[in-house]
Structure formats: structure tokens, C-alpha cells
Design a protein. Structure first.
Length: 241
């Protein structure tokens, strides 16, 4: 049996989650370089809810002027960091589910294009469980209308190993998105589950649902979940299909 290892970090910083992600990706790459000397790491997903941070995609690395960077910092309320993911500037923060699946696409026979579609499908199923109809458009991510985006998709791949992933707005303060052209899409708006009428749902709950859906789409046998609090294992459970 093969499981999706789900690590839920709760509220944390982008840097902390990225550090854990990089460590797991390195384990995958070491195994690919020498499969006979180690055990294959399990497909893994890291879910979390970040402190306010604007992240820049690969195309924007090194492109911000000092005044643009100062604007994004919002008087010290948000961090501004560069990342390896695709796409352009976006926001992550409280009330948003960030999920980083780390999967060897080659081992699962999945092409990069199909993987992106899989993430979007998992997002559509996830919001659908809360009564919100998600759609795809000509632009990446998941939308509720042609002009209102509820979830972003931005990934990085190295030797078929995925990192980064999705950001789903659960009860995010949408003011943060109004300060940027999110993902470089002029004239588009951002929404959340709460803005679409969904109340009393937590980021942790949506992370659990998204992980279960993704596990099924990957053809895995279920989810083994660990909740981490301040770097310590707090509890764990197993969720079968």
C-alpha cells in the first residue's frame, strides 16, 4: 500500500514551510540519484497557513524597485520573498490554505501538464464539498466566475519532483490582494470561501479535504496525517480511501 504523507504545520512562516519542503525534496533527489542505497520517500503534502507574505515567481526575481518592495511590506505587516514557483506576485496569509505536494511525477506516470490539471481538479472538488462551484478558465488556478479567482496554482519541478503548489482562499482578508495585480492578471478579482457564503470552515479542515482528494487522484491508498505544532509532533492519524 502507498500512502500520501500529510504534514499539517498550522500557522507558520513561509520560510519555515519552505525549509521543510526543501528538505523533503532533497530526500527525493538523493533517492533518485542512488535508489539502491535508500528507501523511496512517500508522496508528501505540506499544508499550512502563513503569516502575511508576498511571494514573487521565477519571472519576477530581482525585478522589484525599492519603492515597490516598500509598498508590499505594508509598513512592516508583510514579508516579501522570492520563490522558485511559476507565476508572478501573489499573497499568502492568514485564512488561506497553502498546500505543497511533493511527488515524483515520473514514478506515477504523470506529465507536468496533467499534474497541473490534477491540482485544479482537486481544488474544484474541495470547494465543491463546501457548496461552491469552481471552474477553470484560460488562466491558471480555479475560479468561481471568469473574473473571480478563489485559488492559485504555482509549482516548481526538478527531475520530475514537484514542489510549491496551491493557495486556496478560505477566509483570507482580500484587502491584501487589492494592493497587487495578483498573478499578473489585470482586471481580475479575488474571492474566498467566506466571500462566497461559506461560514465556519477552517484552513485545517480544507487542508484535510484537499489532501484526501489529491490522494485519490494520485491513485494512492489514503492519507497518513501528522499535525506539527512549533516543530513538535502533536498528533497523527490515518485516513483511508
Amino acid at each position: 500500500m502507498q500512502w500520501l504523507s500529510h504534514i499539517h504545520l498550522g500557522r507558520t512562516t513561509y520560510r519555515h514551510a519552505a525549509g521543510i519542503q526543501d528538505s523533503i525534496v532533497s530526500n527525493f533527489l538523493r533517492y533518485k540519484a542512488s535508489p539502491s542505497s535508500s528507501v523511496a520517500p512517500p508522496p508528501t503534502i505540506i499544508t499550512s497557513e502563513f503569516d502575511p507574505v508576498y511571494t514573487l515567481g521565477r519571472r519576477e526575481r530581482g525585478s522589484l524597485s525599492p519603492s515597490q518592495r516598500a509598498h508590499l511590506h505594508a509598513d512592516g505587516r508583510a514579508d516579501v520573498l522570492e520563490s522558485l514557483r511559476g507565476g508572478q506576485t501573489t499573497f499568502h496569509g492568514p485564512g488561506q490554505l497553502t498546500a505543497y505536494p511533493i511527488v515524483d511525477l515520473k514514478a506515477h506516470g504523470i506529465s507536468p501538464k496533467c499534474y497541473i490539471r490534477m491540482l485544479e481538479t482537486a481544488l474544484i472538488e474541495t470547494v465543491g464539498k463546501y457548496g461552491v462551484r469552481g471552474i477553470t478558465t484560460e488562466h491558471p488556478g480555479v475560479w468561481v466566475t471568469e473574473d473571480k479567482k478563489i485559488a492559485a496554482v504555482g509549482v516548481h519541478m526538478r527531475r520530475h519532483i514537484t514542489s510549491h503548489g496551491i493557495g486556496l482562499n478560505v477566509h483570507t482578508d482580500l484587502w491584501w490582494f487589492k494592493r497587487i495585480v495578483a498573478c499578473g492578471l489585470e482586471g481580475k478579482d479575488t474571492t474566498s470561501l467566506r466571500a462566497e457564503g461559506v461560514e465556519a470552515v477552517s484552513v485545517e479542515d480544507t487542508g484535510r479535504v484537499f489532501s484526501e482528494v489529491l490522494s485519490r487522484l494520485l491513485g494512492l491508498d489514503g492519507v497518513k496525517r501528522t499535525v506539527v505544532d512549533d516543530g513538535d509532533n502533536r498528533d497523527s492519524d490515518v485516513e483511508k480511501k
